[in-house]
Design a protein around this ligand. Structure first.
Ligand code: ATP
Ligand code: MG
Length: 570
């Protein structure tokens, strides 16, 4: 391809709306353009990267024995009503009606569709195991679309669904996907960690996320400093700090006018946040849930939702509700006498001595409070794990980092097959529900994440495996016929070899061409300049500052060598 004929659209300025590097570079390198909030058009260069990631995914899925399928994106509401998710999905689902007022949605995920296909197509255990996948556009009306295609409202997902006759079979299907995911991300040049994920509310028996450590990640991962343990913070257990033993003192009510926050309280009582019990109030499907954690801790909402057996709607209570439940202004909530349907007490709080809590009365707190003596509730692990907690596997220290979730694998079990009656006939002629797994990879998010991990101040540094083009040939001076002729010859020969090559034949200065080549991130650059008189050209890798002067004959071997170094065929 010749650049003079190509729609490139590189930008010198960073668009103001883009906060993170990958978003900025995808716009500046002309990979995509925004159409509406969280909705993007892919330009030719960007689409090439998308297609390469899809090809890698497709190869690894096929190798793992999965079969490609393509479902519609317009899904009838009936299927979702069968599984019970029509109401559960809430505002994240794009809903629409046809001319006859029939309800549909734009598929945010496809468990229902594939369960429906399975119940129609799978009759006998002889057809199992089966794994169907698709690479398809998903729609989610995200509350906060942001960071470009990291969290968009329309995105490409590879989703796969496995069907087995028993749990042992599911274990095998799951581990094949686990392996395939590792291969996919490695081939895309990503360094990622597989972390344990929460599966509580979805009702499955195991789940893992593929996370790339990054400051811009929206997830937090807890991982052990000595062993292999790693988990999403939603799932990671916390360890209750053992407090120094004290004699129980008698509870006392103290006037604390205008002292509401933990900060105000530590100053007022001249002590640390560890001496307080903090009460947070939530509304879970109309039930009031009070959660008490130590003053310096954060509530882990996923653990709370799991502890109360799941909740469709779960949010912090508004101030009106807080006032009703505590009989006081906001800032004085406490566990003693609170009008909550469920009281959850973090284990750590149950081990504290003579601590301070709100008195459920405006302007008052209790001091010398002790669990079991002054109040009761359900004790468990309800707080977020933090750096310094103990590893549940080996007991060493946990540390916490941010991560981007690029993939998710999930043992669903029979949740959907039972709800939707997807059965098969087993060896004994009995009807049994199919045992399912589901597996997702965000294709566009993977692309953005690769840029987060592979860029410098000049632009994107694509790994050879997914670069839009592999080599760029630049004639330095377009008026110099020898340079242009040699560049064209090299370009033609590389194309013949099967290299994805572009020729920058634009009538621009060499400096402009270098800038664009770097911004777009093409892995190999061949410059045909003055040295062509001696039969030499310059070769440069995007990820190195070395300039290699090579003869025209050597250049083809050098390109070949790079393919070999990257374990790619040519
Ligand atoms: P998140 O917690 O980030 O919203 P999720 O748990 O909702 O992700 P899944 O339903 O497991 O995501 O979807 C599978 C994959 O699809 C994710 O691992 C991610 O790579 C991708 N993905 C999910 N939501 C989006 C989105 N809004 N934009 C881009 N990619 C997404
Ligand atoms: Mg989501």
């Amino acid at each position: 391809m010749k650049l003079s004929k190509m729609l490139i659209g590189t930008l010198r300025e960073t668009p103001a709306e883009a906060e993170i590097v990958s978003h900025q570079l995808m716009l500046r390198a002309g990979m995509m353009r925004k159409m509406a909030s969280g909705i993007y058009n892919f330009m030719p260069l960007g689409l090439r990267v998308i297609k390469k990631i899809e090809d890698i995914v497709r190869e690894e899925m096929n190798k793992a024995g999965a079969q490609e399928f393509l479902a519609s994106a317009v899904l009838p509401s009936e299927l979702w009503k069968e599984s019970g998710r029509w109401d559960v999905f809430g505002p994240e689902m794009f809903r629409l009606k046809d001319r006859n007022e029939r309800e549909f949605c734009l598929g945010p995920t496809h468990e229902e569709v594939f369960t429906d296909i399975a119940r129609n197509e799978i009759k006998s255990y002889k057809q199992l195991p089966l794994n169907l996948y698709q690479i398809q556009t998903k729609y989610r009306d995200e509350r906060r679309p942001r960071f470009g295609v990291m969290r968009s409202r329309e995105f490409i997902m590879k989703d796969a669904y496995s069907f087995d006759k028993d749990n042992e079979g599911l274990d095998v299907s799951y581990s094949k996907m686990y392996e395939a995911y590792h291969n996919v991300f490695k081939r895309c040049g990503l360094i990622c960690k597989c972390v344990e994920a929460d599966s509580g509310a979805m009702g499955g028996s195991g789940s893992a996320e593929f996370m790339v450590q990054s400051e811009v990640g929206e997830d937090e991962i807890a991982f052990c400093t000595s062993c292999q343990y790693a988990a999403n913070i939603e799932k990671a257990p916390s360890t209750a700090e053992v407090m120094e033993k004290e004699d129980f003192n008698t509870i006392e009510k103290i006037s604390t006018p205008e002292v509401k926050t933990i900060d105000d309280l530590t100053k007022f009582f001249n002590t640390t946040a560890t001496k307080f019990g903090k009460t947070l109030i939530y509304i879970a499907d109309k039930k009031i849930v009070a959660v008490i954690v130590r003053g310096d801790r954060e509530v882990n909402e996923v653990k709370v939702i799991n502890a109360i057996g799941g909740a469709v709607d779960f949010e912090m209570a508004d101030s009106e509700t807080v006032k009703k439940v505590t009989n006081a202004e906001v800032g004085f909530a406490g566990p003693i006498g609170i009008k909550a349907d469920i009281i959850l007490i973090d284990e750590e709080v149950s081990n504290m001595y003579n601590f301070i809590v709100g008195a459920n009365e405006t302007g008052y707190h209790y001091v010398n409070v002790n669990y079991d003596i002054d109040f009761k509730g359900i004790v468990g692990d309800f707080r977020k794990a933090v750096k310094g907690d103990k590893c549940p596997k080996c007991g060493d220290l946990i540390t916490v980092d941010r991560g981007i979730e690029v993939g998710h694998i999930f043992k669903l079990g029979t949740k959907y097959s039972e709800a939707m009656g997807a059965n098969f006939i087993d060896e004994n002629g009995e009807a049994k529900p199919l045992i399912m797994g589901c597996y997702g990879i965000g294709v566009n998010r993977t692309m953005a994440t690769v840029i987060e991990q592979n860029h410098d101040e000049n632009g994107i540094v694509w790994p050879l495996s997914i670069a839009p083009y592999q080599v760029i040939v630049i004639p330095a001076v377009m008026k110099d016929e020898d340079q242009v002729k040699a560049a064209e010859d090299i370009y033609n020969k590389l194309a013949e070899m099967g290299v994805e090559v572009v020729l920058d034949d634009r009538d621009e200065r060499a400096g402009v061409k270098f800038k664009d080549a770097d911004l777009i991130g093409i892995p190999m650059r061949i410059t045909v300049g003055k040295k062509i008189k001696e039969g030499n050209v310059e070769f440069k890798l995007r990820n190195s500052s070395d300039l290699e002067v090579l003869s025209i004959e050597q250049i083809f071997e050098r390109v070949r060598e790079e393919f070999l170094n990257n374990q790619l065929k040519l």
